[in-house]
Ligand binder design. Structure first.
Ligand code: ZN
Length: 273
C-alpha cells in the first residue's frame, strides 16, 4: 500500500494521491534558457477532498500511460476509501496523464469545462493530433488522441460540462485557467477561511515559481499560459492560500513573492490545519 499525504483545509480532510511518475525529455518541460537535463521525472499527484457529504477527486492519474503510472488506487487504499466512495471527479483538462484513471471510478460524475471537452473531441483537433501537428511532437501526439478516445468520450454520459466558474460542491470552486489547454481549469477549495488553490498544469515544474515566464512543450497557448500562471500566483501570494499542482513534488506549499517572481515552500501536512 502506498502512503497518501493527508492534510486539512478547514473542516475538509484532503489527501495527495500519488499515481506514479513519467520520465520526459527535459526539453519538453523546461525551455532552452533553463538548460534542462536530458531527462526529467514528473510526478503525477491527484487530490482527494472529503467535504463530509461529498468526496471529490481532482484528476485521476494516468492509468497505463507509462511503465510507472496507474498507482492511484494503491494510494487511495491508504485513505480507507474505495473507488465507489468517490462521488465527483473534477478534470483540470483533457490530457491523458490526468484522465487515464477515469474508468476506475465508474460511479463518479465528472465535471470539465465545456470549452475543454469540445476542443478535444472536435474532428479538427483529432486530425491534427493524429498527424502530429498540434504540438510539433510527432507520434507522441497519438497518445493524446488515444486518451480522448479511451477516457474522455466514454465518460460523456456522466459528465457535466461547465460554462464558467462553478461551485461544484460546497466550498469547491472550479474556474477557467486557460493556456496550457483552451479549457484548462483550476480549483479553489475553501473551508473556515482556509483555502487551497489547485492549479492543475498551469504550473508544471517548481522552477516556474521563480521563472513564471517559462513555458513547456505541452502549453498550447504560451502567452495565455504565462498570464494565467501569474494571475494564480498573485492570488495565492496575496491570499496566503496553500497551493498544489498535479506535477509538483510533495504535497502542498505556500507561495510568496520573491525577487522578480515567486517562491513556493513545501510544508509538512501537519502544518496545514
Ligand atoms: Zn499534466
Amino acid at each position: 500500500m502506498r502512503d497518501a499525504g493527508s492534510f486539512r483545509i478547514g473542516d475538509y480532510n484532503c489527501w495527495s494521491l500519488n499515481d506514479g511518475e513519467l520520465i520526459y525529455p527535459g526539453w519538453t518541460i523546461l525551455p532552452p534558457g533553463a538548460q534542462p537535463p536530458e531527462h526529467l521525472s514528473a510526478p503525477y499527484i491527484a487530490l482527494l477532498v472529503d467535504t463530509g457529504p461529498v468526496r471529490v477527486l481532482i484528476d485521476t492519474g494516468a492509468g497505463a500511460l507509462g511503465p510507472d503510472t496507474g498507482k492511484l488506487l494503491e494510494s487511495l487504499a491508504s485513505t480507507g476509501f474505495s473507488p465507489d466512495d468517490i462521488h465527483l471527479i473534477i478534470l483540470s483538462h483533457g490530457h491523458p496523464d490526468h484522465s487515464g484513471g477515469m474508468s476506475q471510478f465508474p460511479n463518479a460524475s465528472v465535471v470539465i469545462m465545456r470549452r475543454e471537452y469540445e476542443f478535444w473531441t472536435a474532428a479538427e483537433t483529432r486530425a491534427k493530433l493524429e498527424a502530429g501537428r498540434m504540438y510539433g511532437l510527432g507520434p507522441l501526439e497519438a497518445l493524446i488522441a488515444a486518451g480522448v478516445r479511451d477516457h474522455l468520450e466514454p465518460a460523456r454520459d456522466r459528465m457535466r460540462l461547465l460554462e464558467g466558474p462553478t461551485e461544484v460542491a460546497a466550498g469547491i470552486l472550479v474556474f477557467p485557467a486557460p493556456g496550457h489547454t483552451p479549457g484548462h481549469a483550476a480549483v479553489l477549495i475553501s473551508s473556515r477561511r482556509r483555502q487551497l488553490l489547485c492549479v492543475g498544469d498551469a504550473i508544471v515544474h517548481p522552477a516556474q515559481f521563480e521563472h513564471p515566464d517559462w513555458v513547456c512543450a505541452f502549453d498550447l497557448a504560451r502567452e495565455e499560459t504565462v498570464s494565467t500562471r501569474k494571475l494564480l500566483l498573485d492570488r495565492a501570494a496575496a491570499d496566503r492560500c496553500l497551493l498544489a499542482g498535479y506535477h509538483l513534488p510533495g504535497s502542498v506549499g505556500v507561495v510568496e513573492r520573491w525577487q522578480a517572481g515567486f517562491r513556493w515552500e513545501r510544508i509538512a501536512a501537519a502544518e496545514t490545519a
